[in-house]
Design a binder for this molecule. Structure first.
Ligand code: KIV
Length: 269
């Protein structure tokens, strides 16, 4: 009998090498069981700080603490074997200095065993991205609509509607790519700007509400499963888990109320 070869995880350099190649498939996941399903199809899984809103009922991602990211990161790593796991650095854990960012990114990587971290920001984060990348921490960058800046943006607003702002976004993309980011999430920007960003840099762009021509796509799992009541307009709903859960819960409640619910009596006889 031959022993089964262990599954090798996809690495950040392998994602980096997919620029202009086969589109990169990615989704968020926050817990072991959904991650195990996503693992079969995704090249990387993002433990996004969107979990604050999607799982914990927060109004924005600003309040997400580092320990919560680490807890969910551990669960997703446990549930998966193949996909690269990327964990978001939450607001307030990396902006102050490259040293602060390194300390917290290293903590995330040591405690979760993930393969990379993601942080938000363009040119202003380039020095930090270089600092981390040169010290063994693969960084995915994130520009366009950056949810951690909701309070300075004045809401979750699509970026680049005004063509005058395009050069700044493209400069941001070039800055993070040159600083050593292995991939770039481009969120909530008009399609033509996303296409120009993709053409301007030599690392893969991962679109979310951006353009089908990005080098890959990401969606929040609960959004595409129909589980999030506050889904962004651009999201295609591939499942109807919200209504399915409601049907199941109401059937259970009915059975409990009319005493037709199977008890241990009839199950174990
Ligand atoms: O937190 C998150 O889920 C994200 C994705 C939306 C890209 O950053």
């Amino acid at each position: 009998m031959s022993a089964q070869a262990p599954v090798r995880r996809i690495t950040a350099p392998q994602i980096r090498a997919r620029k202009g190649g086969e589109p990169i498939v990615s989704l968020t996941s926050y817990h072991a069981h959904t991650a195990a399903i996503v693992d079969k199809y995704a090249d990387f899984i993002l433990v996004g700080d969107s979990l604050g809103m999607v799982m914990h009922g927060m109004d924005s991602t600003v309040g997400v603490p580092l320990d919560l990211m680490i807890m969910h990161g551990k669960a997703v790593v446990r549930g998966t074997q193949r996909a690269l796991i990327v964990v978001d650095m939450p607001f307030g854990t990396y902006e102050e200095s490259p040293q602060e960012a390194f300390r917290n990114a290293a903590k995330i990587m040591k405690e979760t065993a993930c393969g990379a971290v993601k942080l938000e920001g363009g040119a202003r984060m380039a020095e930090t991205i270089r600092f981390l990348s040169e010290r063994g921490i693969p960084v995915m960058a994130h520009i366009g609509l950056t949810p951690q800046s909701v309070n300075t943006m004045g809401g979750f607003k699509v970026q680049g509607r005004d063509e005058a702002a395009w050069a700044t976004h493209i400069d941001d993309a070039v800055a993070v790519a040159e600083a050593g980011a292995f991939a770039l999430v481009v969120e909530g920007v008009v399609e033509e700007l996303a296409d120009r960003i993709t053409a301007a840099i030599d690392i893969p762009t991962i679109g979310i509400g951006a353009s089908k021509n990005c080098d890959g796509q990401i969606l929040v799992l609960e959004d595409m499963l129909g589980l999030n009541p506050r889904v962004p307009k651009f999201v295609k709903i591939y499942g109807d888990l919200g209504p399915a859960i409601e049907r199941a819960v109401s059937a259970y409640a009915e059975e409990v109320k009319d005493r037709s619910f199977p008890t241990s009596d009839n199950v174990y006889r």
